[in-house]
Ligand binder design. Structure first.
Ligand code: NAD
Ligand code: LMR
Length: 330
């Protein structure tokens, strides 16, 4: 057994937290031989419910769980943390877009970015789930001088998993048969789920449906799935979001399978190969090895894909402009 790693989850008393914590404690993210210490962060009104969640964690008797601590102070919650899931934020309601949450949620991430820079372990990896997650990841990263920019990710793995689910149903296979599905851009309706490079049982996904289905029903279903779930459940996706967070952090920790790739949003490096402005938190298809994330090079885009990438990039640039005052104020 290795030494325990310290994992912080914010918004731990919320809906996603209620699924995520139990999977982290069970070893689903970092593996069956990796003990974890959980650091759970909430705001004061959430602390009573959080105490109840801790009782349930204890009652599960998870062998890998080497302690749970709770706090409503980010500077305590991030102390010595190796992996952080920034979930705590308000979800949208059915009449809102995710970007409408920027004003409500943005300030959370300036404080948390500062606390991560001040207190987290030097190898910290941060996954932002709270929406709008790309731009919140940008805010946290900009607020954390001294922490390498590529340690801040936004989560588009849920969009990738949704795309795999749709492709699998269309082809009559299980989702495990679907590989190389990359999400480009923003976790919003403008994202581009890249069906052209996807494989189903090793064959191009484009052999399983015509272009009209991919550009129409497939794209719309994946891009607007969050809203459809809010309308059906009366609450935003929770268990599937937690599963995607486990998948994302798990891939960052263990690496991607040979020949496959996954999707992660992070500050675009200068030499990203796809013309994305440096620093914009943009989702790319990536491979991961030894903890290093590499953008998949040389993927070709047709006119349709190029137009989608331009639209999602423009949306992210507008979000970045909107939060500029938040960053300079702080
Ligand atoms: P929720 O309302 O059930 O829980 C959020 C929790 O965060 C609450 O308990 C609240 O008290 C807490 N919180 C608020 N501000 C906090 C702060 N500053 N520090 C610590 N905790 C804080 O919401 P949820 O369903 O768990 O969703 C959380 C967020 O995740 C939302 O913004 C939602 O839109 C987003 N989300 C993202 C994805 C994705 O794919 N990126 C998917 C689903 C949901
Ligand atoms: C989702 O995609 O389910 C989440 O981002 C929640 C939302 O507001 O759509």
């Amino acid at each position: 057994m290795s030494a325990p790693i310290t994992v912080c989850v914010t918004g731990a008393a919320g809906q996603i937290g209620y699924s995520l914590l139990f999977r982290l404690a069970a070893g689903d993210c970092f593996g069956p031989d990796q003990p974890v210490k959980l650091r759970l962060l909430e705001i004061p009104p959430g602390m009573k419910a959080l105490a109840g969640v801790v009782m349930e964690l204890v009652d599960c008797g998870f062998p890998l769980l080497h302690g749970v601590e709770i706090s409503d102070d980010a500077f305590v919650g991030f102390e010595g943390v190796n992996a952080a899931f920034l979930v705590g934020a308000r979800p949208r309601t059915k009449d809102m877009n995710r970007a409408d949450l920027l004003t409500a949620n943005g300030p959370i991430f300036t404080t948390q970015g500062r606390a991560i820079a001040a207190r987290a372990a030097s190898d910290v990896r941060v996954l932002v789930v709270g929406n709008p997650c790309n731009t919140n990841a940008y805010i946290a990263q900009q607020s954390a001088p001294g922490v390498p920019a590529n340690r801040f990710h936004g989560m588009t793995r849920l969009d990738e998993n949704r795309a795999k689910g749709q492709l699998a149903s269309r082809a009559g296979v299980t989702p495990g048969a679907v590989t190389r599905v990359g999400i480009w851009g923003n976790h919003s309706d403008t994202m581009f789920p890249d069906y052209r490079h996807a494989l189903i049982n090793g064959r191009p996904a484009t052999e399983f449906a015509d272009e009209a289905w991919f550009q129409g029903e497939f794209l719309k279903t994946v891009a607007t799935r969050g809203k459809a779930i809010i309308e059906a459940r009366g609450a935003s996706s929770a268990a599937s979001a937690a599963a995607a967070a486990i998948d994302h952090m798990g891939a960052w920790h263990h690496g991607t399978a040979q020949g496959d790739f996954t999707s992660m949003a992070f500050p675009a490096p200068a030499d990203n190969g796809y013309g994305v402005p440096e620093g914009l938190v943009f989702s790319f298809p990536v491979t991961v090895s030894g903890g290093n994330v590499s953008i998949v090079p040389g993927l070709l885009h047709d006119d349709f894909a190029r137009a989608r990438l331009a639209a999602t990039q423009a949306e992210l640039e507008a979000e970045r402009t909107t939060v500029g005052s938040l960053l300079t104020a702080g």
